[in-house]
Design a protein around this ligand. Structure first.
Ligand code: PAF
Length: 291
């Protein structure tokens, strides 16, 4: 496995069809599932590891974002990643960028409304990675459903010749969605309320419920009862990320809540016939050292 710290070195290390996995490090099985997903169609797999300051609207959140360089390299290598692209902030942003990418519409609700500037930072870094690495495909987790909608729209609007591969959320055996931030969870019962609520709502959709408000209430109420402080529970169109009143298209039911000090997000993808992608479950503890 080659470790490249500049765009030039990364491009030189790549050959044939390139599959990319953009990450901010502190890898878990969700990231590894993304690498496995692009491996199938790529000669070369490149994983970027870069904690992108541009997408943090809260400097203290950036400062405490977990990092684990040696562990990340070992996991990437074990998963068959060919090239790790780990630029410095100076390589990525030699000067404060005067060009930023804004995807409107898709970014207005949910995370976009609560984290001003966050999706501009995500869209800008993804555009830079796609322009500098020029992958043929790139994998993103469904766990960040709104981010996925933003990236798909960015690729569509700017004609990036990159196939976006969607990877189902990976969960711990008890249902908790994997996230690098899970390392901060002190109140696991409250954290589990998010997935419990989503699964109950998905059961209800499977039994015929189509009202967005009812599905949202089931998810939100269940999470609150577990002790989570719910910011929102919303049924949104999977393509536009806009709230919809009825489950009549491919959608995601998203929830954001605080479990103690940690802010968590999760979702289930729902089809109009009520079937759901609830993600896949690990059968043992996560490499993050969870349950
Ligand atoms: O999902 C993430 O880890 C980040 O938002 C991404 C896509 C790597 C951009 O920094």
């Amino acid at each position: 496995m080659i470790v490249a710290h500049t765009f030039l070195a990364a491009r030189r290390a790549l050959a044939g069809t390139v599959g990319m996995v953009p990450t901010m490090g502190y890898l878990h099985e969700g990231h590894l599932a993304c690498a496995t997903a692009v491996r199938a169609t790529s000669d070369c797999v490149v994983m970027s590891i870069f904690v992108n300051p541009l997408q943090f609207n809260d400097p203290s959140d950036l400062a405490r974002y977990p990092r684990s360089w040696d562990r990340d390299l070992a996991l990437a290598e074990r998963t068959g990643v060919d090239v790790v692209f780990a630029p410095s902030v100076e390589e990525m942003y030699p000067e404060p960028p005067l060009t930023r990418v804004t995807v409107s519409g898709v970014t207005e609700g949910m995370e976009g409304a609560r984290r001003p500037g966050h999706f501009d930072g995500v869209a800008t870094i993804v555009a830079k990675l796609f322009a500098g690495i020029r992958p043929d495909s790139a994998a993103f987790g469904r766990k960040d459903a709104q981010q996925l909608a933003v990236v798909k729209r960015l690729v569509h609007d700017l004609n990036f010749p990159v196939a976006i591969v969607e990877v189902s959320t990976v969960r711990e055996a008890d249902g908790l969605a994997l996230s690098s931030r899970n390392v901060f969870i002190a109140n696991r019962k409250a954290a589990l309320g998010l997935s419990r609520g989503l699964f109950l709502a998905a059961d209800s959709a499977g039994a015929g419920e189509r009202s967005g408000r009812t599905l949202e209430e089931i998810a939100g109420r269940t999470a609150s009862r577990a002790g989570a402080v719910v910011e929102y529970a919303e049924l949104a169109d999977a393509r536009t990320a806009r709230r919809i009143p009825t489950l009549d298209r491919v959608a995601f039911l998203a929830i954001a809540a605080r479990a103690g000090e940690v802010r968590l997000i999760d979702n289930v993808v729902l089809e109009p016939d009520g079937t759901a992608d609830r993600g896949t479950r690990l059968d043992g503890p996560s490499i993050l050292g969870g349950s």
